[in-house]
Design a protein around this ligand. Structure first.
Ligand SMILES: Cc1cc2nc3c(=O)[nH]c(=O)nc-3n(C[C@H](O)[C@H](O)[C@H](O)COP(=O)(O)OP(=O)(O)OC[C@H]3O[C@@H](n4cnc5c(N)ncnc54)[C@H](O)[C@@H]3O)c2cc1C
Length: 192
């Protein structure tokens, strides 16, 4: 386990098979390397000669501090999406329309805060605590890319709905690699 240590490149044998990863000057050997590096996946795959056609897409991520328990589950409707964690923090992703200044992003955050306060009972005390641009790992065709690539030893697991599907994808990937049998639900998303 090397948490927080960037992989600088994939390591290939003479026949092109991926046989490990390089962490700075250290090499870790592996029979299968799973690239699940979000928007960083394209660069890692390229180091083994595999083209992962990703078109990372920006979205504005608004963070609000609201009274605990106002939003249960995920609320998604025509006007907004919102999810609240146990400490009261609310995440609201908003479409990015080219805003590049902090002032423009703050205006988006303030509009999201107003919408939130108007939409939920007991939300009057809600504060805006942050506005950032988040990059979503999107493949060119919009679908997840999960499975063995054409490069032996190289497996990818990249998806925009990767939070909601994380446990399902993780379970299917582990099963596919350990059993060497393709999982039917992943067949559609085989990397091309
Ligand atoms: C604005 C926004 C809206 C989103 N909306 C949704 C949604 O509606 N539903 C949903 O399910 N998900 C959503 N997501 C989540 C997102 O689209 C992905 O699905 C999710 O982040 C994928 O998780 P992951 O762990 O595969 O990749 P990431 O969360 O991107 O994590 C990849 C990790 O790999 C690390 N990494 C990258 N390169 C290297 C390297 N060379 N060496 C070592 N580590 C590396 C990064 O530091 C990072 O920690 C959203 C994300 C954003 C930003």
């Amino acid at each position: 386990m090397r948490l927080g240590t960037p992989v600088t490149r994939l390591v290939c044998a003479d026949d092109g098979t991926v046989v490990g990863v390089m962490l700075g000057s250290e090499t870790l050997a592996a029979s299968t390397v799973v690239v699940a590096a979000g928007t960083g996946s394209t660069a890692l795959c390229a180091s083994a000669g595999f083209v992962l056609p990703m078109v990372s897409s920006p979205s504005v991520m608004v963070r609000l501090q609201a009274p605990v328990g106002i939003v249960t589950g995920i609320v998604a409707n025509d006007l907004f999406e919102a999810r609240q964690s146990r400490d009261g923090m609310v995440l609201m992703p908003v479409d990015h329309d080219g805003e590049s200044s902090m002032a423009a992003l703050t205006r988006i955050g303030e509009a999201a805060q107003r919408l939130f306060v108007e939409s939920f009972t007991g939300a009057a005390e809600t504060r805006l605590v942050g506005v950032d641009i988040g990059w979503r790992p999107m493949l060119a065709d919009g679908d997840p890319s999960v499975g063995y690539t054409g490069v032996p030893g190289l497996y990818v697991a990249v998806a925009h709905p990767g939070v909601t599907l994380a446990s399902v994808i993780g379970d299917a990937v582990a099963d596919e690699i350990l059993t060497h049998e393709t999982r039917a639900e992943l067949a559609l998303f085989e990397p091309r």
